[in-house]
Design a binder for this molecule. Structure first.
Ligand code: C2E
Ligand code: MG
Ligand code: MG
Length: 656
């Protein structure tokens, strides 16, 4: 058997096999040497690469680079007790005798790493460079040398991937190294060639099945491998920084596509884009986002930036500031994968974002146990209390839909509704899941109990209700004869109020003064609200009860609705500002702030409630809007009624 040389000077004698610069063997020398080794003997191989060598060449010039190569060759020659070679620019291969123990191999690698800083060279340059070393142990020489080299090269790559300036042993099973390496070689071209495609996953309102928004997710259409999912490439891109380019590409594509949706039903659908933490350190980031949005004419509030919870583990103060800036420019910001880490609660305290996205793993793990369910329920309640929207990710079953809606979260992103869809499929979904009006229901009570769009219908409970003259000469109203608690009322489907913010508009004509009889009553899971035309002497009332608090009574009292007169009563509740406003005949009559949000409507009752005798009089033109309406809207609405030629509602102007 030919033994491995331990004497570096005698590495190779033939000039053609010698590296002119360093005196080590060159690639050819290495192959010839390997071929001459006895078959079936055992060797270890070490692949050494200089980290950041290219920068030395770029900054200090090639001759300085050459000098560094010579110095490092000397270092390798003096510590690596085996056959040493330089097979390319800054790549060295050392073959070691297979009899050497692993410890000894390790100590060679360690000595090389440690002694880098001791070599006799300019310190500023040395501070730039280090070594990444890959080692493969106990290789049989009956295989091709290329085979051995690709293993220790792979291990070297892993050392770089793990942060450079280290050594790594090759593991037979570790295929990811090779895959990652290929990805890194291909990614730039893939982006240029348009191999990255945007998929859209719908976010859906579980109560109405309406489209609420969508998340843009990347897919890589690889020419040879087919569709690649983010799990394959995103973690790698995050390490090597390429994620910044991909994210900005995705963001620009979203803006471009949104601009092409002008005039479509889904034109204003908010789209969210995932942004890696790297951007948040970049002071130009908000300017860049703003400039691109402007270029395509997309309002910032239709663009949402998703940042995963784990981002905030480090440097949270800096990052929180960036979030504030983004929001001040009008962008929506959400915390993604909420509940996947341990920072969750602290984050809620310090980070005012628009939306919290509950992590799918968190949902799956927690919704199996009763304790877990309580945690989710309270997390949702807390987020809602902090005025943040909640989106639950990973909803896959009807049971989850029921559970999560009962917890007070209405928006889902999950396979139950839709997987991430390519553009063409997404727009079809959007067309189907967007209605033109935003869940407004009009019940004219003009001969039947159906809502105007035919989708909802009230039900009479009791007897004696009948249709009489309404506010227009050609319309009717519903007459309520009164009665004991819950007698002679109409139940409106609870699904007509699906939003935390809502407005209710109703024409009321009381026939008798009945203290505390409700014209309309809404029962929520933990509270109620009601319109009481003659609450007490001289007053009407819009009362909100929050039964979570002992003293949770909120009253907007106004003048009494006198009998035998038609009154237009509107109440508007804004859950974001926690403000309730009562209007009578188009004018604001009471405003109350800090009114907590009631959720999950159980019943809506017209003409009575569950505590007091029923209402006596007429009601008509009930309209429920699933959003808070403002003064201008209500004034216009009122005007549209009274300016109708057929309006016979009576003397309305003088009353205020
Ligand atoms: P993410 O932002 O949390 O996106 C949601 C992920 O959950 C998506 O995986 C989606 O397909 C998956 N998902 C949604 N509903 C369900 C469900 O009901 N069941 C199950 N099992 N999964 C569901 P996807 O598309 O594979 O993306 C994975 C992650 O990769 C994303 O998680 C996001 O963090 C990241 N990502 C994807 N594209 C980009 C990108 O362009 N930039 C950045 N920075 N990250 C991206
Ligand atoms: Mg996301
Ligand atoms: Mg997520």
């Amino acid at each position: 058997m030919k033994h491995l040389h331990t004497e570096p000077a005698r590495n190779t004698q033939n000039l053609a096999e010698c590296d002119y610069l360093t005196g080590l063997a060159n690639r050819r020398g290495l192959y010839d040497y390997y071929d001459a080794l006895e078959r079936d003997s055992i060797i270890h191989a070490m692949f050494i690469d200089i980290d950041n060598f290219k920068r030395v060449n770029d900054i200090y010039g090639h001759s300085m680079g050459d000098k560094l190569l010579i110095c490092i060759s000397d270092l390798i020659r003096s510590f690596a007790k085996g056959f040493t070679s330089r097979i390319g620019g800054d790549e060295y291969v050392v073959l070691l005798d297979g009899c050497m123990e692993e410890d000894e191999v390790r100590s060679i690698a360690e000595a090389l790493l440690e002694n880098m800083e001791n070599i006799d060279f300019r310190k500023d340059i040395l501070s730039l460079v280090s070594l990444s070393i890959g080692i493969v142990m106990r290789q049989n020489t009956s295989q091709m040398l290329d085979n051995i080299l690709s293993k220790c090269d792979g291990a070297m790559y892993q050392a770089k991937y793990n942060g450079k300036n280290r050594y790594t042993f090759y593991k037979e099973y570790d295929k990811t190294i090779e895959i990652n390496r290929n990805i890194e070689l291909e990614m730039e071209d893939a982006l240029k060639n348009g191999e990255f495609e945007i998929y859209f996953q719908p976010k859906v309102n579980m109560v109405t099945s309406e489209l609420y928004g969508a998340e843009a997710l990347s897919r890589w259409n690889h020419p040879a491998d087919g569709l690649r999912l983010p799990a394959v490439y995103i973690p790698l891109f995050e390490k090597n920084g390429f994620i910044s380019k991909l994210d900005m590409y995705m963001y620009r594509e979203v803006c471009r596509l949104k601009a092409s949706w002008k005039g479509k039903k889904y034109e204003h659908t908010p789209i969210s884009v995932n942004m890696s933490r790297l951007h948040l350190y970049n002071k130009q980031f908000p300017d860049t986002l703003e400039a691109i949005a402007k270029e395509y004419g997309i309002p910032a509030n239709e663009l949402e930036i998703e940042i995963t919870e784990s981002t905030f583990i480090k440097d949270s103060a800096v990052l929180i500031k960036m979030v504030d800036i983004l929001r001040s420019r009008g962008f929506l910001v959400s915390i993604d994968d909420f509940g996947s880490g341990f920072s969750a609660l602290n984050l809620l305290k310090d980070l005012p974002v628009d939306t919290i996205k509950i992590d799918k793993e968190f949902l799956q793990v927690s919704s199996n146990t009763s304790r877990g369910k309580k945690v989710i329920r309270n997390v949702i309640a807390m987020c809602r209390d902090l005025k943040m929207d909640v989106v639950t990710e990973g909803i896959e079953t009807k049971d989850q839909v029921n559970f999560i809606t009962r917890c007070g979260c209405q928006i889902a992103q999950g396979f139950y509704y839709a997987k991430p869809l390519p553009l063409e499929e997404f727009v079809v979904f959007a067309e189907l899941h967007l209605t033109d009006t935003l869940n407004n229901y009009t019940f004219r009570l003009n001969g039947n109990l159906k809502s105007e769009d035919g989708s909802m219908e009230g039900k009479i409970s009791g007897e004696g209700l009948e249709y009489r003259q309404g506010i227009f000469s050609d319309s009717k109203s519903m007459h309520f004869p009164g009665g004991r608690v819950e007698k002679n009322t109409v139940h409106i489907p609870p699904e007509t109020i699906v939003n935390d913010s809502f407005t209710i508009s109703l024409w009321i004509n009381p026939e008798e003064t009945h203290f505390w009889s409700a014209a309309l009553y809404v029962k929520f899971e933990s509270g109620f609200c009601g319109i009481i035309p003659t609450a007490w002497e001289g007053h009407s009332d819009f009362r909100i009860r929050d039964s979570k608090e002992v003293n949770g009574w909120y009253d907007l009292s106004a003048l009494q609705l006198t009998i035998d007169t038609w009154w237009h009563f509107v109440i508007s509740y804004n859950a974001k500002t926690e403000t309730a406003i009562a209007f009578i005949n188009g004018e604001v009559v009471a405003i109350l702030e800090n009114v907590p949000t009631n959720r999950y409507v159980k019943w809506i009752i017209l003409g009575g409630d569950v505590f007091q005798p029923s209402f006596i009089g007429r009601l008509c033109e009930l309209v429920i809007y699933n959003e808070a309406k403002d003064y201008d809207f209500v004034r216009e609405l009122h005007r549209s009624y009274i300016e109708n030629k057929k309006f016979i509602g009576g003397p309305l102007k003088a009353v205020l």
